[in-house]
Design a protein around this ligand. Structure first.
Ligand SMILES: [Mg+2]
Length: 118
């Protein structure tokens, strides 16, 4: 299994991937929610999800992902520059496991993933 990393910023995806691979995780990357959904033919241990993305943003992806049989039980961590309380509450309602505000150190992200990944 692997961790799915969804972010429209290539450098962000790369930084997150490096941190997770250091922890021994395999990583699959997607540049937006639509790409991410297309990759959900396999199971993931967790999803690291950006909020603001073109084509399909983080919340739109989350809604569709949580409606799938495997997505329901897959932890999703939001990793975003946003920190509005309303967004966090909306995310929780949609089934988010956690919320981390960018920028985050690689080892902090890895420690969080270790706690939530299946
Ligand atoms: Mg973004």
């Amino acid at each position: 299994m692997a961790i799915l990393v969804v972010d429209d910023s290539a450098s962000m995806r790369q930084a997150v991937s490096i941190a997770l691979k250091k922890g021994g995780y395999d990583v699959v990357e997607a540049a937006d929610g639509k790409q991410a959904l297309a990759k959900c033919t396999q199971k993931f241990q967790a999803v690291v999800l950006d909020k603001n993305m073109p084509v399909m943003d983080g919340f739109a992806f989350l809604k569709e992902f949580k409606a799938t049989p495997q997505g329901r039980f897959t932890p999703v961590l939001m990793l975003t520059t946003e920190s509005r309380q309303e967004d966090k509450m909306e995310g929780k309602k949609l089934g988010l496991t956690g919320w981390i505000v960018k920028p985050v150190k690689g080892d902090v992200l890895l420690a969080t993933i270790k706690k939530i990944a299946k």
